[in-house]
Design a protein around this ligand. Structure first.
Ligand code: PAF
Length: 283
């Protein structure tokens, strides 16, 4: 496995592979790898000849009050896990390599970031779209894999790829969960044991929401209220949002009919956790 830190070397590697007709997959990450990331790696490997895993804690997607400095980092452990998983290249640039002193070009979307996490984290999706566009130009992948846990991020990337005509296939991979239902996340590392118990209310409340929809509840506000009550009862929780939205536009829905997205973001102790589920109503 190669570890590459410079844009020039990464682009030269990608050009060499493309000249030979090789197909490149990219899994972008901010490191502190877990089983969720490795499932994205496997998904990419199944669709390509070479898998590139990028590790970069991207400063432009963190607001001034957010956890950039505290974000967990474990480069050596990450490289060992990547090698074990058959990754061909780890691309791990420094901050100055990606953002020079005169950097001033950003990619921002008009509508999708107005909702959900974009409302609570105003610069977040501009930072994500910008760094991902840069990674596309540096790694030159044919296919990229993103997790469905970050549902809004996946929509943003799909929109950007379509709007800016990147010739790249975007694959969404299912959320990987602990046996008790907690969605895998690097931010779970901040959870103390009693906080972890409270964090379980995210996936439990999504299950309750699905049960209500399957039982014929069509009022999104009643489903949201039931899930909020469950989460608020757990200690150390503070809800950012619990919402039922159109799964394509993220706009509000008045009635739960067809498939809808239920998405939530909750602070549990020091961690801000997100989770989501597509609710499918029953008769
Ligand atoms: O999902 C993440 O880890 C990040 O938002 C990403 C896509 C690697 C961009 O920094």
């Amino acid at each position: 496995m190669k570890v590459i830190a410079t844009v020039k070397e990464m682009q030269a590697w990608a050009d060499r592979i493309r000249r030979r007709g090789g197909r490149i997959a990219l899994t972008p990450t901010m490191g502190y790898l877990h089983e969720g990331h490795l499932s994205l790696v496997r998904e990419g490997q199944a669709r390509s000849d070479y898998l590139v895993l990028s590790i970069f804690v991207n400063p432009t997607q963190f607001g001034p009050e957010e956890d950039l400095a505290a974000y967990p980092r474990a480069m050596e452990r990450d490289c060992a896990m990547a090698e074990e998983s058959g990754v061909d290249v780890v691309f791990a640039p420094t901050e100055t390599e990606l953002y020079g002193p005169d950097f001033q070009t950003f990619v921002s979307l008009e509508r999708l970031p107005r909702h959900l996490c974009g409302r609570c984290r105003p610069v977040h999706f501009r930072g994500v779209a910008t760094v991902v566009a840069k990674l596309f130009n540096i790694v030159k992948p044919h296919v990229v894999v993103f997790g469905e846990k970050d549902y809004q991020q996946l929509l943003v990337i799909r929109r950007m790829v379509a709007d800016l005509n990147f010739d790249i296939e975007v694959v969404g991979a299912p959320t990987v969960r602990e046996p008790d239902g907690l969605a895998k996340s690097s931010r779970n590392a901040y959870l103390a044991p009693d906080h972890r118990e409270s964090a379980l209310t995210l996936s439990r409340s999504l299950n309750i929401a699905q049960d209500m929809a399957a039982a014929g509840e069509t009022d999104p506000q009643r489903i949201v209220a039931a899930t909020q009550t469950l989460i608020e009862k757990a200690p150390h929780t503070r809800i950012d949002y619990v919402e039922i939205r159109d799964p394509h536009t993220l706009e509000r829905v008045d009635v739960v009919e067809g498939s809808v997205l239920m998405a939530l973001a909750v602070h549990v102790g020091k961690s801000r956790l997100i989770d989501n589920r597509i609710l499918t109503p029953g008769g």
